[in-house]
Ligand binder design. Sequence first.
Ligand SMILES: NC(=O)C1=CN([C@@H]2O[C@H](COP(=O)(O)OP(=O)(O)OC[C@H]3O[C@@H](n4cnc5c(N)ncnc54)[C@H](O)[C@@H]3O)[C@@H](O)[C@H]2O)C=CC1
Ligand SMILES: O=C([O-])CC(=O)C(=O)O
Length: 324
Amino acid sequence: MKVAVTGAAGQIGYSLLFRLASGSLLGPDRPIELRLLEIEPALKALEGVVMELDDCAFPGLAGVEIGSDPEKIFDGVNLALLVGARPRGPGMERGDLLEANGAIFTAQGKALNSVAADDIRIGVTGNPANTNALIAMSNAPDIPQERFSALTRLDHNRAISQLARKTGAPVTDVKHMTIWGNHSATQYPDVFHAEVGGRNAAEVVDDQSWIENDFIPTVAKRGAAIIEARGSSSAASAASATIDAARDWLLGSATDDWVSMAVVSDGSYDVPEGLISSFPVTTSAGDWTIVQGLDIDDFSRVRIDASTAELAEERDAVRELGLI
Ligand SMILES: NC(=O)C1=CN([C@@H]2O[C@H](COP(=O)(O)OP(=O)(O)OC[C@H]3O[C@@H](n4cnc5c(N)ncnc54)[C@H](O)[C@@H]3O)[C@@H](O)[C@H]2O)C=CC1
Ligand SMILES: O=C([O-])CC(=O)C(=O)O
């Protein structure tokens, strides 16, 4: 499998590449070839990272190619992990990156459209992830829309971890977590459909004030808290979530669970059609299906609507910039 990673010399790349090469994506027995895209000035640093990859002697690493031309790097790739983008600093919202990063995803969408393999899957991690995925998708008219997704798995994992901590359960007991909407402060982490040890999570927690005033803001603002503490945005956890999301997409999610992925809306749960919004999905062999039939009460409705309204605003902004 040929896996492209953009922004490969960046912080997330430094964690992601070694996990990919060591077999975290497909298992140690299925070799992968890495195609690493960077901007010209970062290629020297990337050469250093490739020297380190060599030095690990990973048995499953079948080859590494680096470059700054997306048409060359994306040629024949089966999976593209679009990480490369300018990260936000303290005091910024992810939406502030729209203009700076939008241009990157226009060019990369076009390049994927012309040279990627027929079975290409594209996962966008670079922020603002949902709208960057929309830009790439809109610039790749020959690639089916369901091949694009944006990363909300980090939020999903954060939510599982917070809920496990609150209830004293191991993370493996937390199932059916959902992140709805945008990978932004408006996202809605939903415990009402989640379970802890097979019981409804909201009932186990039995503390509406914690859900509203602690859990939701902690998950939604975790990225900012990490920037505040580390001085730069989350990297190892973002790489880990990028792998979790791609692995489940390609190999399938657990049969007794679902995952959160931002994918193109078909109008499910009244999320406007065409937006790339996070939903509960099950996955199998490279396909995803939005989980249907969940009851959405007023508390959840207001929050899902607020986040999808923000996505619609971002879509309108990039439309005005001529990016879609
Ligand atoms: N969706 C999510 O859950 C998360 C998303 N992120 C986002 O991921 C992105 C990357 O974060 P970091 O690795 O920390 O940033 P970083 O600044 O350390 O690395 C980004 C890399 O992208 C490269 N780059 C810039 N333009 C490029 C282009 N046109 N083609 C290829 N590479 C290009 C840069 O040279 C740089 O090496 C940021 O947008 C960040 O906000 C970060 C954490 C979580
Ligand atoms: O907050 C940021 O800018 C980085 C990010 O997306 C996250 O950690 O969720």
